[in-house]
Design a protein around this ligand. Structure first.
Ligand code: FAD
Length: 460
């Protein structure tokens, strides 16, 4: 197994090369290990113990905050373990954690006529995605992607390989369904329940920013009427190639894209599910409208265009139950300040059913709001980081908490688990990782983990 120690020529590439965010962390691990087998992962965990190093783990490298890069830790980078298998009898797929949900898992399953609720962006690794919950395609219907993890193979803090499923080490599986970077083991394989490949239809509208308030309030009204296989997202985006009707001149600044997908066993049924959107009260003001077939591959491609490689990113999010009339002014303040071509922000109609199974993941709300500042000039780092957390903080002040996938607790800590589940997670960590070998959550040392954000805390 290759281990690259700090000071070696290859160290910077080993430590930072696979961090998706071009704004690389300022932290420096002691070494990076690249296991190629389960035995290598065990050896890496034992090496960390021998050298009294903490362990951090990287799968796809897509944590916006670069969680895998921790000061003086041994970083176990799973990049070189890349297998996916599918058993047609059980419908279970088994994949290593660095497998990319959209680029690798989705096309592999599609060849078998199957799908998994993988992430909306193709290059995200399934490791970090699944451990923190996983907001994937058709997740309003199929649940958080971690609910479709039936078992994991884990190298524990004492260097043993164990299986965790509903009957064996079930507490470890409970934690793996939502602990995110607070998980205390190295997952080497996920066993995933897959689903028949659906027919997918999209319904896409473009509006100008002038229509923000009626659009958000209408979506607030229509959301409870939508079937769970329908996923509505409003994105405020300045991308140059947003769809416009022939002859429409593109207004300056961000536009509003209402992009809704529906999945079903046949295309006509998926199209029927989108019928509630026919009642759009501002339809005559739309700059574009189209409904038609689409696919996970096409949708993933659009997400890649919105989240390009090589840019600097800052992200934050909030779950909120406030109504559209109260939310719209906060969205207007934030969305009218989106001032780079790629920066964008979403209103994602989630409308949870309130019946999450017993697992660590436990905080959600009616609407998911997230903002992604995307820029290229390092001189603007401080500006955009402050902006994204201040604007989302204004929504989070009356929110329910956050989703780990779009957070940076060194800037704005917030609640991500229920109090009971957070307490249980601490107990399980004490059981499985009593020496605190694994680095766990990255947070400002002066801040408190999993406390509701009151709106008055310092945003850094
Ligand atoms: C462009 C983009 C699009 C995104 N879209 C979505 C989306 O649609 N839905 C969604 O839910 N999220 C989305 N995210 C968020 C993403 O899911 C998280 O950032 C996730 O952590 C990325 O997983 P990763 O394995 O690529 O990241 P990594 O940075 O490799 O992992 C993040 C952390 O997870 C832990 N971890 C990872 N692998 C393991 C393992 N094998 N064992 C133990 N711990 C591990 C570690 O603490 C690690 O530091 C997106 C992120 C980006 C950058």
């Amino acid at each position: 197994m290759q281990v690259v120690w700090r000071g070696a020529d290859a160290f910077d590439e080993a430590a930072y090369g696979r961090v998706f965010n071009a704004r690389k962390p300022e932290r420096s691990p002691a070494a990076v290990a690249f296991p190629e087998s389960d035995d290598d992962v065990i050896a890496a965990v034992r090496l960390a113990r021998e050298r009294s190093l903490q362990v951090s783990v990287r799968s796809g490298g897509h944590s916006w905050a670069g969680w895998s890069v921790r000061d003086d830790a041994l970083l176990i980078d799973m990049a070189r373990m890349r297998s996916i298998q599918y058993d047609p009898d059980s419908g279970i797929a088994v994949a290593n954690p660095a497998i990319q949900g959209g680029h690798e898992l989705a096309p592999f399953l599609e060849d078998h006529g199957r799908m998994f609720p993988g992430g909306h962006c193709a290059s995200v690794g399934i490791g970090g995605f699944l451990l923190q919950g996983g907001q994937g395609w058709n997740s309003r219907h199929l649940g958080w992607a971690c609910q479709s993890v039936v078992a994991i193979d884990v190298v524990t803090a004492n260097g043993e390989l164990v299986r965790a499923d509903d009957s064996e080490n079930s507490d470890l599986l409970w934690a793996a369904r939502g602990a995110g970077p607070g998980f205390f083991g190295v997952v080497v394989r996920f066993h995933l329940r897959t689903y028949p490949k659906p027919h997918m239809v999209h319904d896409t509208w473009t509006f100008s920013m002038n229509d923000l308030e009626p659009l958000v309030e209408w979506m607030d009204d229509v959301l409870p009427t939508l079937e769970r296989t329908v996923e509505p997202v409003i994105a405020a985006s300045s991308l140059r190639d947003l769809p416009l009707r022939d002859g429409v001149e593109r207004p300056d600044g961000p536009l509003l894209l209402l992009h809704t997908t529906a999945m079903s066993s046949d295309e006509a049924d998926a199209a029927r599910m989108l019928a509630p959107l026919d009642g759009c009260p501002i339809a005559e003001r739309a700059l574009f409208h189209e409904r038609g077939p689409t696919s996970i591959a096409e949708e993933n491609q659009a997400q890649v265009a919105q989240n390009p490689d090589g840019y600097r990113y800052a992200a934050d999010c909030a779950w909120t139950n406030v109504g559209g009339a109260e939310l719209a002014p906060l969205l207007r303040s934030m969305w009218s300040e989106l001032d780079t071509e790629h920066s964008f922000s979403i209103w994602y109609g989630w409308a949870p059913t309130g019946d999450l199974p017993d697992m660590a993941f436990s905080v959600e709300g009616n609407v998911y709001v997230a903002a992604y500042a995307i820029w290229d000039d390092p001189e603007r780092d401080a500006h955009y980081r402050e902006w994204v957390h201040r604007r989302i903080g204004a929504i989070a002040a009356s929110g329910e908490g956050v989703y780990l996938g779009d957070t940076d607790f060194t800037r704005r800590p917030d609640r991500f688990l229920s109090d009971a589940n957070f307490a249980r997670l601490q107990e399980l960590r004490a059981k499985w990782d009593p020496d605190r070998l694994f680095c766990s959550y990255l947070i400002d040392p002066a801040a408190t983990l999993n406390r509701p954000y009151g709106g008055t805390e310092r945003i850094q």
